[in-house]
Design a protein. Structure first.
Length: 88
């Protein structure tokens, strides 16, 4: 999987570009989400927060927000880029 190259912090644009097929599409999506300014180069405050996270941290953040459960209750699955809830 090509996206395994870009899992660290500070790689939000590169990771999304590898997932959607081009840097142009990645920039468009990040602008649409409010993570990039219209210039396509400057991160918004939320964008800086997301860019400082690793891929696993973003996946856990998405899952915990969706389910309303603390982030410590999830494990990251690197193969499908999703966080799964840990059974306690």
């Amino acid at each position: 999987m090509k996206t395994l190259e870009y899992t660290g912090s500070g790689q939000l644009i590169d990771r999304l570009a590898s997932q959607v097929g081009s840097k142009k599409n990645a920039i468009y999506l990040l602008q649409k989400r409010g993570h990039l300014m219209p210039d396509g180069k400057t991160f918004t405050e939320e964008g800086m927060r997301r860019n400082s996270m690793t891929a696993s941290e973003r996946a856990v953040d998405r899952a915990s927000k969706r389910l309303g459960v603390g982030s410590e209750n999830f494990d990251y699955d690197v193969l499908n880029n999703k966080a799964k809830r840990v059974k306690l």
